[in-house]
Design a protein around this ligand. Structure first.
Ligand code: MRU
Length: 370
């Protein structure tokens, strides 16, 4: 159903590897890379060849399944041990986006729940779980889009930050999902993509994928945001999330918090769009969200040009946290939540867990009948 042309991941033909779009090369070059080893998969996530909270969870899960397919001759005991090792390692690649550890926990659970299975069965179950994580994300993106499409006025102006689109998920994105749907339904809105220093996910990736899909998109640099709100404010701000705490505090790409303050000051609604896999009920508030810090060279020498003296230290958190009270609403696949968020977030996670359990029961019944 997507009218986005960006497909960031697929299985290799034999299923023992992954093919990803190398997002570090966009928009200059559209290059696919094959991932076959543990190190390939870790590095692709760590270096942001694949990025975006849902997509790194999907990549890690598919990576575990692909590696398991390579291990088809191993004793079940050894395969279980290997899966545990891979999951532990991949989870360290990027600490803020909870979707990564969430997806890996599901893969680890497969080896724990099916203790008597032989290797062949276990490999098939791991592949099915990884595919389910991907398929669920496709559905969650579509549902988020449906719940949020009405937030964009006809012919309106939408500001987004970083990339929370098809390049960041298994489907049509989170923050970009309503934008794709609105476009499909004839809304001639104008989209503004915040550049997103230092790795430029907004100008390199969001602008690229929206342009590919035929949308009207314009880039502003991060330092232009204040003047943008003052002089030509957007009608709505739509952003994604890397982790949503139980009280509604939201970690997202560095720069999001500043936009939320501008939005509040100028009376512009500010919405966070994310699947329930991004909600971490174990994190009570912002204080419990680990913030990833990136290497100094991403700021100092990011695109092959020295932009700061080589011996000046750099502070480089990849994410910031927007407090719940700056957020107009949080949109998940289950609908739009408004403050206070705690009960709604808990209910949304409960409903999602229930849906997965029902799907698993249905699948088990089909398997039994066969
Ligand atoms: O460092 P990145 O590019 O992985 O950061 C991505 C973001 O911050 C996105 O907004 C978030 O992951 C949501 S993607 C649907």
């Amino acid at each position: 159903m997507t009218n986005s042309s960006a497909t960031p991941i697929r299985w290799t033909e034999d299923g023992t590897g992954l093919v990803i779009l190398d997002q570090t090369r966009l928009p200059e070059e559209v290059i696919e890379v094959e991932l076959r080893s543990v190190q390939d998969i870790f590095d692709a996530i760590f270096t942001l060849k694949v990025r975006g909270a849902p997509l790194i969870g999907i990549t890690a899960a598919m990576g575990v399944a692909a590696l398991a397919r390579q291990d088809e001759m191993a004793e079940p005991k050894i395969l279980r041990y290997d899966v545990g090792r891979w999951c532990d390692y991949f989870a360290t690649a990027r600490p803020t986006a909870v979707n990564l550890s969430w997806a890996l926990a599901r893969m680890r659970d497969i080896t724990r729940e099916n203790e008597d299975d032989d290797t062949e069965t276990l490999v098939a179950e791991l592949a099915a779980e990884a595919q389910a994580i991907w398929d669920e994300d496709v559905r969650m993106c579509a549902a988020i889009g449906e719940h949020a499409v009405g937030l964009i006025p006809e012919g309106g102006r939408v500001l987004t930050h970083c990339n929370a689109g098809a390049l960041a998920t298994g489907g049509i994105g989170t923050a970009l999902a309503p934008i794709y749907l609105a476009h499909e339904r004839g809304n001639t809105m104008e989209v503004f993509a915040g550049e997103t220093r230092p790795l430029l996910q907004g100008s390199r990736l969001t602008a690229w994928e929206l342009k590919q899909a035929g949308l009207d998109v314009r880039v502003i640099t991060d330092s232009m945001a204040g003047a943008f709100f003052q002089r030509t404010p957007p009608d709505v701000v739509l952003v994604g999330a890397d982790r949503i705490a139980a009280n509604g505090d939201v970690a997202n790409k560095i720069g999001t918090y500043g936009l939320a303050i501008f939005a509040k000051h100028h009376g512009v609604p500010f919405y966070v769009l994310a699947p329930t896999s991004t909600i971490d009920l174990d994190a009570g508030s912002a204080d419990d969200i680990p913030i990833e810090h990136r290497g100094e060279d991403e700021v100092r020498n990011g695109f092959g040009k020295l932009t700061s003296p080589a011996d000046v230290p750099i502070w480089s958190p990849a994410f910031d946290v927007t407090p719940a009270d700056l957020i107009t609403g949080i949109v998940t696949e289950n609908g739009v939540l408004n403050a206070p968020y705690a009960a709604g977030l808990e209910a949304a996670v409960g409903a999602a867990d229930e849906a997965v359990a029902v799907a698993m029961d249905a699948e088990a019944e089909v398997t039994e009948e066969e």
